[in-house]
Design a protein around this ligand. Sequence first.
Ligand code: FAD
Length: 477
Amino acid sequence: MSQPLKETPKHQNRFKSIEVSKQEPSIRSKNFNEVVLGYTEEQAQAEASRCLNCPKPLCVEGCPVGVEIPKFIALIKQKDYDAAIKQVKEKNSLPAICGRVCPQEEQCQKRCILGKKGDAVSIGRLERFVADLEQEKGMAAQAVPELNGKKIAVVGAGPAGLTVAADLAKLGYKVTIYEALHTGGGVLVYGIPEFRLPKRIVQTEIEYIQKLGVELQPDYLIGRIFTVEELFKKGYKAVFIATGAGLPKFLNVPGENLNGIYSANEFLIRVNLMKSYDFPKNKTPIRVGKQVAVIGGGNVALDSARCALRLGADKVTIIYRRTRNEMPARQEEIENAEEEGIVFKYLTAPLKFMGDDQGNVKIMDTISMRLCDADDSGRHQVAPIEGSEEVMDVDTVIVAIGRTPNPIIQGTTPGLKTQRGGIIASDEKFKTSINGVYVGGDIATGEATVISAMGTGKTAAKAIHEYLSKEKQKPKE
Ligand code: FAD
């Protein structure tokens, strides 16, 4: 199956991956600079040398966008970094982003043969290494085919919208992305904090997509400024909807409207998009108290907790109703948060909040939970343990228990079928109930990951191309 072990450098154990440098926890917990510093060339060479270059690379099967992983790693080994990043970009237009935030441990790296006996190859870190190198040098514009005369509108500039736009531009379509916010990136800019994903990295990858000829129109709320139907009237031959899952879920417990209780969406948008961590230089303020509780166990909860810590909280406690094993957040980020001193209170759920006479939250009542049998999806259900109520002092609470689709497009597009929770219904190629209208990302799947959103964008781009290549196909008037 694999190449001989003699390729491994003498100093290195084939089954142990090369550690990456990070900012010290005591220092990084007080700043918003990037935590993980990335591989040096020497580290990248040593890590790349671990790849077995399997003849049937399972890692590629594990990548939702199908990056030819062993090929780009082989190019790193040859120190041909330009060719390595070119290889990655054949399939992935956002490599510096994916190299930082993709849950590789659940995807490509989970399938790595080396992972069966030791550490998988750190594919994400190698992807980041070549992508960062290219960004440092300045990205060359990629040659694109002549325009084929067909225009496509994309609604939403998150990872799904950016991916479909890049893939269709590479096929000769004139693509315009309409984005509600003043900048592209979606959750990459309004959700994920600077210390995990610096915004200049996102900006540079968006600029690369613009160099492919994609036009980004910020401040366009589709469904209000134009409807989907009006986009067709403007001459677009197909519309791709990638509006994400931007609506916060709430606990629906007494006292949830007290001052000092944020939805994670509001909190993270203030901190990341409006840069309130740099107030007053940036004009959006944020108030964070000393005793912060964050409700939830996903990436959103961890990002909120780590932002609150950096904004001056004395103690930040994550309240999660299951255990560490069931936490949906990335393993690496759980470890980073633990190192920074975030406290984790498992098997606990909030019951109600109480405030002072000014309406500011002061107390959270909680109850202990126990794990019950797993349901059909394999997820353990939980049940409260009677008589286990406790009281916790809090002055800030951030609710991070999930997000649902934004309903504007669904409500303004007659004939567009939806399913549970407002998700836009589509077939396996992400075609909706309306001819010429495709969908992808969280609005099509429910909240998921950056790479899965990109995967849906790639599938939809192929389907749109297929649809528009059938000349007699008549798009909606
Ligand atoms: P989004 O990224 O949500 O982008 C949708 C875009 O559409 C937004 O820019 C929005 O403004 C725009 N829009 C909405 N409505 C309209 C409209 N009517 N007209 C025009 N534009 C509109 N995933 C990972 O893989 N790793 C992580 O570490 C990770 N961390 C996360 C941390 C946080 C805080 C959050 C919230 C999510 C995280 N995720 C992570 C999940 C991941 O970011 C999402 O699954 C992914 O961004 C979904 O991409 P998308 O393109 O579908 O939507």
